[in-house]
Design a protein around this ligand. Structure first.
Ligand code: IVH
Length: 678
C-alpha cells in the first residue's frame, strides 16, 4: 500500500483532538456537545484509518483507551519517591494542635496558608509522564512498591494520554486518587443485578477491583475517573512554588483536579472549609471521608519534612460516621448455619455511607430490648465505613400509635422445630439440625464460600434454588451436580453451568485448613482450622483425636474441643466426609508445625476496614500463617488492629482501649519483615 498522504495524517490528528475534546466534555464536564452517534462516527473513522495504516497508531491515540488482551499478571513497580500516608484528626482542637506543632517547628507565629480539598475515598495511584506522554501508571501498594496498572489507566477517559500546554517538565510523576462516581457505581451495579452477576459493596471497592483487572477491556467499560492531588518525581523542568499554583498548571495541562479545592489561611479558615465540604458531601457525586489540609508552600513543606510514613505538613480531617433515619418496616427471624436464630431489621431503603441499606442485624433479643424498638418506629442507622450497618437508636418522639412489639418466634420460622434458648435466653437456636432447610442451605453456602472451598459461581441465590429443588441435600451433593440439571435452572446458561462444574472440580484440591473450616464445625473458624491442621497434619488424625488431644492445642478450650469431638462422632457427618472423599475431594496433608516457633505466636490481631493490596481473608490467612490468632472483635486482649480506610467502630474501640493500631503500610512491612526472617 502507498504511504499515507499528508491529508490523511492531518485528518487523523484532527480526529484525535476532537475525540479527546468530546471525552472531556462528556466525562469531566458532564455536558456533551454531540450525540453518541456522532461521537461513534468519529471513533469509527479513527479506527478505520488506524487499521489501514497501523504505523500511524500512536501511544496517545484515543483508540488506545478501549483496552487490550488480558495480561498474564501484574508487574511490580518501585516508586522512586515513596507514596506517603496521612495522619488524621477528628475534631477542631486536634487541628489546632497540628498547626501549633507546625508553627513551633518553623519558629513562626503567623497563621499558615493551606491548600485544602476533599479526601476522596478511592485508590491512590501514580502517573508517570515522559515528554508529556503517559508512559506508566502504578498503584500506591505499600508506598514503596505498587503494581503496574498502565493498561487499565489508559482506558480512563478523564486521564490525558498526553499533556498539552507550556512548561511541562520532561519527566513528571503525578499523584492522585482514582475513584468511581456514585452514579456510575449505581448504574454498574444495576447492570450487574440485571445480568445476575456479583455486585460491588461500594464505589471504593469497585474502583480497586476494576484497577486490578488483568483484562483492560473490562476496565474500559467501567466508569472510573481521577482527581490529581500532588506530584512525585519532577525532572527537566520546574513546578511553581505552591500547591495551589501546581493545581492551576495541572488544570492547564489537562489533568483532572478537584474544583472543590480552596486555599485557606490558618486552621480556623480550614476548619470552616471542612464544615462546608461536610455540608456538600451528599450532593457530591463521589465518596469522600474527610478533607486533606496541606501546607501550601513547598519551601515550608521541605522545612517541615516527614515522620516515618507521613508528612508533617499535611493532615486528614476525617468526617464523623454518617447517620440517617429511616423506618423499621418489620423484623424477621433468620436461621443461621448452626441454627442460631437472629432478628433482622427490614428497613425502608435508605442511602447512607455510599450504599443503599435495607437490612440491619439486630444480633439478639437483648439488643432489641436495649434499643427499645418496635416495628413501625423511626430508627437511626449508622454506617461507618464498615459494610454492616447498625441501628443505633430509636426516635421515640416519632413513634406511631400502632407501633408493634417485636416478639420472639415460638418455633423455628423455617422448619417449625422447637427452639432452644441458650446463654440466659439471649440466643435462640433451632433444634432441627440438618432437617431444617435453612441450616442446610446455610451450611452449603458456608462450604462453597470464598474463605472455605472457594467454589466460584456457586453463590447464595443458586444454592437456595438447588436446595429448594432438592438437588442439594448436603455439601457432598455438590460433587454430583450434572450439567443438564444446572442448565434447567433460571438464569443459568450453558457457559455458566460448564464454568461452575469446572470450579467444583477445581475445589477438590483443597488445603486441609480450608476443608476443616468448610465443614462448618461449631466454633471452628479459620484460625482454629489452621491450628488443627498445623498440629495434626492429617484429616484422619483430627477425626479420631480425643477431646484431651484437642485441648492440648493452644487456643482450643473445653467447649471447642467438645464441639469438634461431637461433630466427628455424628454418623451423618462422617458419612458426608466419606462421600466427599469418594467424589475425589482431597484435603492436602500439611506438615505439623510447632506453633511456638512462629513469629506471631500468642498474638491476637483484628483486621478492619478495606485494604488496598489484598482482601481481608487473605490478610487473615497471612497472619495465621505467622502464628497469630485473628479475631472478629477488639478487646483489651487484642495485640494489634490492622485498620484500612473505612475502619469504624473497631478502630474507635482499639483507640479507646489503647490497643496498638497499624495501617496497611505498616502491616505490609510486618509481613515483609517476617517473610525475610521466617
Ligand atoms: S494528599 C502526603 N489529597 O489519602 C500524601 N491524599 O491517608 C499526599 N487521599 O494514600 C496525599 N484524597 O490516597 C491527598 N485530596 C487528597 C486525597 C488524598 C484521598 C488519600 C491518598 C493517601 C491517603 C492517605
Amino acid at each position: 500500500m502507498a504511504a499515507p498522504s499528508n491529508n490523511l495524517k492531518a485528518e487523523l490528528q484532527e480526529l484525535r483532538k476532537k475525540i479527546e475534546h468530546h471525552n472531556i466534555l462528556y466525562y469531566r464536564n458532564d455536558s456533551p456537545e454531540i450525540t453518541d452517534q456522532e461521537y461513534d462516527g468519529l471513533f469509527d473513522r479513527l479506527l478505520e484509518i488506524e487499521r489501514a495504516w497501523p504505523e500511524l497508531v500512536s501511544a496517545d491515540s484515543p483508540s488506545q483507551r478501549v483496552g487490550s488482551e488480558p495480561l498474564g499478571g501484574f508487574t511490580q513497580i518501585t516508586h522512586e519517591l515513596p507514596m506517603l500516608s496521612l495522619d488524621k484528626v477528628f475534631d477542631e482542637s486536634e487541628l489546632h494542635k497540628f498547626e501549633s506543632r507546625i508553627q513551633k517547628r518553623l519558629g513562626i507565629e503567623d497563621a499558615i496558608e493551606y491548600s485544602c480539598e476533599p479526601k476522596i475515598d478511592g485508590v491512590a495511584v501514580s502517573l508517570l509522564y515522559e515528554a508529556g506522554l503517559l508512559v506508566r501508571a502504578a498503584t500506591r501498594g505499600d508506598g514503596k512498591t505498587g503494581e503496574d496498572i498502565t493498561h487499565n489507566v489508559k482506558t480512563i477517559a478523564d486521564i490525558p494520554l498526553r499533556l498539552e500546554g507550556k512548561n511541562i517538565p520532561s519527566r513528571l510523576e503525578v499523584r492522585g486518587e482514582i475513584y468511581m462516581s456514585k452514579s456510575g457505581f449505581a448504574r454498574m451495579n444495576k447492570e450487574a443485578v440485571d445480568a445476575g452477576e456479583k455486585v460491588f459493596v461500594n464505589p471504593r471497592n469497585a474502583a480497586a477491583g476494576t484497577l486490578r483487572q488483568l483484562d483492560s477491556r473490562v476496565t474500559a467499560k467501567r466508569p472510573l475517573t481521577m482527581f490529581c492531588y500532588s506530584y512525585g518525581l519532577v525532572e527537566g523542568g520546574e513546578l511553581p512554588q505552591s500547591l495551589s499554583e501546581v493545581f492551576e498548571c495541572f488544570d492547564d495541562w489537562g489533568l483532572p483536579v478537584n474544583p472543590e479545592r480552596q486555599t485557606c489561611t490558618g486552621v480556623e479558615d480550614s476548619f470552616n472549609f471542612c464544615q462546608q465540604v461536610l455540608a456538600l458531601r451528599n450532593n457530591l457525586d463521589y465518596e469522600i471521608d474527610g478533607v486533606v489540609i496541606k501546607v501550601n508552600h513547598f519551601a515550608l513543606q521541605n522545612r517541615l519534612g516527614m515522620n516515618a510514613r507521613t508528612p508533617r505538613w499535611a493532615i486528614a480531617y476525617k468526617f464523623p460516621a454518617e447517620e440517617v433515619s429511616t423506618s423499621l418496616l418489620d423484623v424477621e427471624f433468620q436461621v443461621g448455619r448452626t441454627g442460631t436464630i437472629t432478628p433482622v431489621a427490614r428497613l425502608a431503603p435508605i442511602f447512607v455511607g455510599g450504599v443503599t441499606v435495607s437490612n440491619a442485624t439486630l444480633h439478639n433479643m437483648d439488643e432489641v430490648a436495649r434499643l427499645g424498638i418496635k416495628i413501625g418506629d423511626e430508627v437511626i442507622i449508622r454506617r461507618a465505613g464498615d459494610v454492616i450497618p447498625k441501628i443505633v437508636s430509636v426516635i421515640l418522639s416519632r413513634r406511631p400509635a400502632n407501633a408493634k412489639e417485636i416478639i420472639s418466634p415460638p418455633n423455628c420460622p423455617v422448619c417449625h422445630s422447637d427452639i432452644e434458648h441458650i446463654e440466659d435466653e439471649v440466643l435462640m437456636r433451632c433444634s432441627g439440625g440438618l432437617f431444617c432447610q435453612a441450616q442446610r442451605t446455610q451450611s452449603i453456602i458456608h462450604f462453597a464460600s470464598r474463605a472455605a472451598m472457594d467454589i466460584d459461581g456457586l453463590g447464595i441465590k443458586l444454592i437456595e434454588q438447588l436446595v429448594e429443588k432438592q438437588l442439594l441435600n448436603s455439601v457432598a451433593d455438590i460433587y454430583s451436580l450434572q450439567l443438564e440439571s444446572l442448565t434447567d435452572l433460571e438464569r443459568m446458561g450453558d457457559k455458566s453451568a460448564a464454568n461452575l462444574l469446572l470450579a467444583i472440580e477445581k475445589s477438590k484440591q483443597i488445603s486441609l485448613p480450608r476443608f476443616l473450616f468448610a465443614l462448618g464445625i461449631r466454633e471452628v473458624g479459620e484460625a482454629t482450622a489452621q491450628s488443627l491442621a498445623s498440629h495434626f497434619g492429617r484429616l484422619e488424625d483430627i477425626i479420631s483425636a480425643t477431646e484431651e488431644a484437642l485441648m492440648s492445642i493452644q487456643d482450643i478450650g473445653e467447649v471447642v474441643a467438645h464441639h469438634i469431638r461431637a461433630f466427628f462422632t455424628e454418623a451423618h457427618n462422617l458419612e458426608v466426609i466419606a462421600q466427599l472423599q469418594q467424589a475425589g475431594v482431597e484435603p492436602s496433608e500439611t506438615t505439623p508445625v510447632q506453633p511456638e516457633t512462629l513469629p506471631l505466636n500468642g498474638q491476637t490481631f483484628v483486621v478492619t476496614g478495606t485494604l488496598e493490596t489484598m482482601g481481608r481473608s487473605e490478610a487473615k490467612e497471612k497472619l495465621q500463617k505467622l502464628g497469630a490468632k485473628v479475631a472478629g472483635s477488639v478487646s483489651a486482649k487484642t495485640s494489634c488492629v490492622v485498620a484500612g480506610p473505612g475502619a469504624g467502630s473497631k478502630l474507635n474501640k482499639a483507640e479507646s482501649l489503647g490497643v496498638k493500631v497499624i495501617d496497611e503500610d505498616e502491616f505490609l512491612s510486618l509481613l515483609e519483615q517476617h517473610d525475610k526472617t521466617g
